[in-house]
Write a protein that binds this ligand. Structure first.
Ligand code: ADP
Length: 485
């Protein structure tokens, strides 16, 4: 029998109340069961909330420097364990080992960055109308925060929420995705080894809907930070509003790279392929549309398709593989359905479009990197997120037309432009409806010290990471002080 893992609640590793578990499988080999993880329920969620509540007073009363010291320790421990943590991440999520290592080291950076932020000013001194009045505002913690996270960046996303939440004096309950729980277990181990006081950081493993409502609506929870699908985001937003919680949502994207005739074509092709197919396209910032100026459309398409067809597919520890499996059989089937539907609407598969036929890959959830031509902007495949290795090519008449096509979707997460024309770049940066813009860069990729988030249906308007995280994980208290008498 595979190892049975436990929740981390109040500084202890606890069995779920109902003793209910589910298997965590390797997407590159479905017969490889990584472990049995709790499928917790409301009782476990309530226990975690109670633990976080009882730890709040003493944690929020520590000096911010002291809290930063715990984050620094956790960063050092994670750095020491990085190789093993990255291998676990690769095994449960499917991305390549270098990507898994990169993400783990990003986690280390995130912890150190928010440890540093505990030394930044936490308020303003404001001139008062009263000549002798000392008027100031200060950022204070929110309280108990629920973090609900997806499987595609199982270390970076939980840490870019937890690190600022903890740094600014909140206690947290992390509910990681049931599809990549081992990495969250590793995070909890790092915090435990760093000596974080009991109840400050808790992890409850479960399928989302079993604990989601309790974690989002419980009277002792103040705030909810979520990354995942639009469908779940809408449910959580409704619950949060109804129960008066502060909330933030990061959801899907239908990100486009725009290619103008004066671009460095080599760079544009490489970075479009990278944005579309690295991590099997399972990034919310992945490139799912390439909008190409008609003057270079045919050469760009021919070149990109030739190179995409030659990409090697394989498990994360095969150093020669460019992309790995998608997360689950269900995800694979959804992506294959989207491909079939697109063909039925008249789109043409230029390469890929199916599962690979190599027998060595039969046990994994693989899909060949797929490029579509003959796309009309009103097709479902051109509008809806696929979350897999699928790229649509669309021609544009000029920059204005490209920006119109780019903006003609409900999402607005990331967008990139390939050009040498400064004016075009400035126009694009101004007019593209996306929270993250890159000129001569791929649509995917974020830096933890910069604000991250989307426009339109991609987010709830708040931003994560950088200095923006403080806006979400704190509230402002304004104080005026006068002399007695
Ligand atoms: P994805 O399709 O990327 O897995 P989901 O929105 O289904 O996106 O999952 C993101 C996170 O939300 C996961 O941790 C999942 O368990 C959780 N989740 C799913 N459904 C709910 C729900 N009804 N309430 C709360 N959390 C949920």
């Amino acid at each position: 029998m595979s190892e049975r893992y436990r929740n981390y609640i109040g500084g202890e590793w606890l069995r779920p109340a109902a003793d209910n578990y589910h298997d965590n499988r390797n997407p590159a080999d479905r017969n490889d069961i990584i472990g049995a993880f709790p499928n917790s329920d409301a009782t476990d969620a309530e226990q975690a909330i109670a633990a976080a509540k009882s730890a709040l007073e003493s944690w929020s009363s520590l000096s911010s420097h002291a809290r930063g010291e715990y984050l620094r320790k956790a960063a050092d421990i994670l750095e020491k364990r990085a190789e093993g943590v990255a291998r676990d991440l690769m095994r449960e999520e499917g991305k390549s080992l270098p990507e898994a290592k990169g993400e783990t080291m990003r986690g280390v950076t995130i912890l150190r960055y928010y440890a540093m932020q505990t030394m930044l000013p936490d308020g303003d001194v404001i001139p008062s109308a009263g000549a002798k009045t000392f008027l100031y505002s200060r950022r204070i913690p929110l309280g108990v925060c629920t973090l609900i996270t997806p499987w595609n960046f199982p270390i970076a996303i939980p840490l870019w929420k937890a690190a600022p939440a903890l740094a600014f004096g909140n206690t947290v309950i992390l509910k990681p995705s049931e599809l990549a729980p081992l990495t969250a277990h590793n995070i909890a181990e790092c915090f435990a080894e760093a000596g974080l006081p009991a109840g400050v950081f808790n992890v409850v493993f479960a399928e989302g809907k079993r604990v989601g409502e309790t974690l989002a609506t419980h009277p002792d929870v103040t705030a909810l930070s979520f990354t995942g699908s639009v469908r779940t985001g809408k449910i959580l937003a409704q619950q949060a509003v109804e129960h008066g919680k502060k909330y933030q949502l990061e959801m899907g994207g239908k990100n486009a790279a725009v290619i103008l005739p004066d671009a460095d074509m080599e760079q544009a092709i490489n970075l479009t392929i990278q944005g579309a197919f690295k991590s099997a396209g399972e990034k919310c910032t992945a490139t799912s549309r390439a909008i190409v100026h008609r003057a270079v459309y045919d050469t760009f398409a021919a070149n990109l398709v030739e190179r995409t067809a030659a990409l090697k597919i394989g498990p994360g520890d095969d150093a020669s593989a460019y992309l790995g499996p998608v997360i689950s059989e269900a995800a694979r089937d959804n992506i294959l359905n989207a491909i079939t539907e697109a063909q039925a609407e008249g789109a043409t598969v230029l390469c890929g479009g199916s599962v690979p036929d190599a027998p060595a890959l039969a046990k994994g959830n693989y899909i060949l990197p797929t490029v579509f031509g003959n796309i009309r902007p009103d097709m479902k495949i051109a509008k809806e997120e696929v979350f897999g290795p699928v790229l649509c090519l669309l021609p544009a008449e000029d920059l204005d037309d490209a920006i119109r096509l780019l903006n003609d979707v409900e999402y607005g997460l990331s967008a990139s432009l390939f050009t040498r024309d400064l004016n075009a770049a400035m126009q694009f940066a101004e007019k593209a409806q996306a929270g993250m813009i890159r000129i001569n860069g791929e649509t995917a990729g974020v830096e933890p010290q910069a604000p991250f988030g989307g426009m339109k249906a991609s987010s709830s308007f708040s931003r994560e990471q950088g200095l923006a995280a403080r806006d979400f994980f704190t509230q402002v208290k304004t104080v005026s002080v006068d002399r007695a008498g």
